[in-house]
Unconditional design. Sequence first.
Length: 196
Amino acid sequence: MRVILKEDFLKIPEDLNVTVTIKARRVTVKGPKGEITKNLSHMPIEMKVMKMATEKQKGLYVRIRMWNGGYKQACSVTTFKSLINNMITGVTEGYRYKMRLVYSHFPINAVIAKDKKSVEIKNFLGGKKSHLITLPPDASCHLTKEVKDELVFDGIDNATLSLACSRVNQVCKIGKKDERKFLDGIFVSEKCTTDP
């Protein structure tokens, strides 16, 4: 069944010094922590930054709408709203992922480069091979002083940060061993914002 018009609005916070610009379905969000640009031209969705002055809506809003889409395609309006909302959260508060090094016998060693842009994993399950993971441009990593064997990833883009964590996680493959017995690996333990 066709949905004639699916429309949604996202409020741009005025007190947090955030600017949203949309040109040819490329969304750029600037804030105190930096700038994120995402190309959302893969879906036929109309996006516009507009000033609203109705009873319920006052201030700057992003209007996202799709005309004559199928039910499943019209759901992408809400997805786009969430993506832009995550970008606004990223440039105002920032994202933080915490990963724990889990091992039973062979201690996993994580060596982080001085520029905090790459992680080297050594001695996983006693293996001689070391794995180097280069992080995406706007993600950084460091080891915590308070908690033993914990990696902390900081960044403003939620997508690139989770990509960095998944790359680190996928390096620790146990192969054909029984995953109920060999629980070793590097796993995400907490997702939060940088500013509490």
